[in-house]
Design a protein around this ligand. Structure first.
Ligand SMILES: *Cc1c(COP(=O)(O)O)cnc(C)c1O
Length: 590
């Protein structure tokens, strides 16, 4: 069926096969670089998933919040001290306002919610609508008008209110738009409250206190859940008092009775687990860890990916266009990169490196040398990600740089505004960098890590470094972006790298040890014994590693493959049994 839009300035949205619509709910979605509606990996993954859904022609709609003041812009002073600034943006300029309004009770106040739409277009012209929920309407109490302003802002009350808007108002807005999803996908526990209106619909007028196991099961048949973090603090919990005050006693009561409280707290992950027929972690290892965290539940695994077109540098895209027909519509063809001449890979990468070094020069005034081996490290400055592991033994690092005639290192990453230990890590990187910077070793930290800088960094460096503390990296996706651009990784064996590391072919592993002392020693040893000798003394061999990163990892760790796995294993397992995957996908497309 077709939904015409109210303002008439966009073509109608085609949701041809209304019986098989998937509704994808995510607290953050990276839609465009100019829209500050995401904070990091989770939002980028959501955006990449939707871009692939559009490419594959899947019937899917997405729901998120509008985040009028964005996440935050990061400023770093000369000592690496982080300050934050709002990122207000103008939704009216890129989104279309939808007519329907719904209300939801928050803290015993009736809050009006409306939606704005963005049509995301795929490679073949299919579009999927993304609905941004907005409480900034005149009728609302000033407190409530601010509920959709700040992504991950405010306190626990603010977070629970936002999750109420996303889940409950989100389902109601889709109903008001006459969209009847067959599947609801909760992208992380933030979206778990969408199960409440589904349960209320199922009860059809009966009170929540009457909900039975059969009612729960009816909701379960329509829901799937992806959990994204093995860090316990990453699973939102709320006190019983908060839950009763914000959700109301009926909703809080049914969640408690149905087993969604843990250690006396309402835990959104348990809501999502309890109400989903399919649950997955985002890498094989992450699912294993998740099963240990939640032993009462079956947890499958679908390893993350990245949207290949979005994260491949223009020079590398041009090379793929010349050498690999159809790589844009079917990323599996990237396996054929194994036949591209090494010199062409090197030339495309050289161009990406030049683009990055231009940015470095413009932002910092530093001139980086394109002949010198360059390491990239870009990710959220959380303590478990250990941005300063490379500085465990600064003298050793300096001597390696001298031995090989030069080393350049580019850091970037934001700390969450409330994460003081994370902020301290940034200052530590600044402090050590100031001491070590010399003719042989250049270290810089670029402020405000975000989409475009992330794309330039992952494509323009020579090696992507990742050294989190095991087992806290659920997947990691920036190394996948690097692989698509022929940039090998040096990483701890955690998350996706357990699956992606073929030693000496797609990159190198920092070996498993129990102490930072030993792990950093392994890091230095790989650099000194394997990586730098290859880069400086055997350029052709180095280029072969670049090429096999693309062929082996670029062809697999992408959202094109990932979404096909969601379609087959999570969204439509029964249809997938009946049809071949190809038939299924074309059936879903139109
Ligand atoms: C890809 C990306 C991330 C996620 O990278 P990880 O490897 O999961 O840390 C975070 N932020 C930005 C801006 C990105 O582009």
């Amino acid at each position: 069926m077709t939904f015409s839009n109210q303002n008439g300035d966009h073509p109608p949205v085609d949701i041809s096969n209304n019986e098989s619509v998937v509704a994808y709910f995510s607290m953050e979605i990276a839609v465009l670089p100019s829209m500050p509606t995401y904070s990091g990996g989770l939002g980028v993954l959501a955006g990449d998933t939707l871009r692939s859904a559009a490419d594959l022609g899947l019937s899917l709609v997405a729901v998120t919040l509008i985040h009028r003041k964005g996440y935050f812009r990061q400023h770093l002073d000369a000592a690496g001290f982080q300050t934050e600034e709002n990122q207000p943006w103008q939704p009216e300029e890129v989104l279309t306002r939808e007519e329907p309004r719904v209300t939801v009770m928050v803290e015993n106040r009736s809050v009006v919610v409306r939606a704005w739409r963005f049509d995301l277009e795929g490679v073949t012209g299919h579009t999927i609508p993304i609905y941004f929920l907005d409480t900034d309407v005149e009728e609302n109490d000033p407190r409530d008008r601010a509920l959709t302003d700040h992504l991950y802002g405010g306190d626990g009350d603010y977070r629970l209110a936002q999750e109420t808007i996303l889940g409950i108002a989100g389902v109601r807005i889709l109903n008001a738009l006459e969209i009847a999803p067959a599947v609801y996908h909760m992208n992380e526990g933030h979206a778990a409250l969408l199960t409440l209106p589904l349960l209320e619909n199922q009860l059809n007028g009966r009170g929540l206190a009457d909900a039975t196991e059969r009612d729960v099961d009816a909701v379960r048949q329509r829901c799937v859940f992806t959990t994204h973090t093995p860090v316990p603090a990453g699973h939102d919990r709320f006190s019983g008092e908060q839950a009763i005050r914000i959700l109301g006693p009926d909703r809080a009561g049914v969640l408690e009775r149905l087993g969604c409280y843990h250690d006396g707290l309402l835990n959104v992950t348990y809501i999502a687990l309890r109400f989903s027929r399919f649950v997955n972690g985002v890498a094989m290892q992450h699912s294993k860890v998740s099963r240990q965290m939640f032993p009462d539940y079956t947890i499958d695994s679908i390893t993350n990916g990245v949207h290949a077109i979005t994260w491949t540098a223009p020079s590398m895209q041009a090379l793929f266009d010349r050498s690999i027909p159809h790589w844009r519509t079917d990323n599996l063809y990237l396996r054929a990169a194994i036949d591209i001449p090494e010199v062409e890979i090197a030339a495309a990468h050289g161009e990406a490196k030049r683009v990055l070094f231009n940015t470095v020069a413009n932002r910092t005034g530093n001139t980086f040398d394109p002949e010198i081996f360059t390491i990239g490290f870009g990710r959220r400055a959380a303590t478990y990600k250990r941005a300063d592991l490379l500085f465990h033994n600064p003298e050793r690092l300096l001597s390696i740089a001298q031995e090989f005639g030069g080393l350049q290192i580019i850091y970037s990453g934001k700390a969450h505004p409330h994460d003081d230990p994370g902020k301290a890590i940034i200052r530590h990187v600044y402090e050590v960098a100031a001491k070590l910077n010399s003719d042989f070793l250049r270290i810089i930290y670029l402020e405000n890590y975000a989409w475009e800088l992330g794309a330039q960094l992952t494509s323009g460096v020579d090696l992507w470094l990742n050294n989190p503390q095991r087992p806290y990296e659920a997947s990691g996706t920036s190394g996948m972006k690097a692989a698509l651009n022929g940039v090998p990784s040096l990483s701890i064996l955690d998350g996706w790298w357990i699956e992606g590391c073929i030693e000496g072919f797609t990159g190198w592993a920092i070996e498993d040890f129990d102490t930072e002392q030993e792990e950093s020693a392994s890091l230095y040893e790989k650099l000194e014994q394997k990586i730098l000798p290859l880069y400086y003394a055997q350029p052709l061999q180095w280029q072969k590693v670049m090429r096999s990163s693309i062929a082996l990892n670029g062809s697999f760790f992408n959202t094109n493959r990932m979404l096909r796995q969601y379609i087959r294993n999570a969204y439509y397992p029964e249809k997938a049994m009946a049809y071949s995957a190809a038939t299924l996908e074309s059936a879903l497309a139109k």
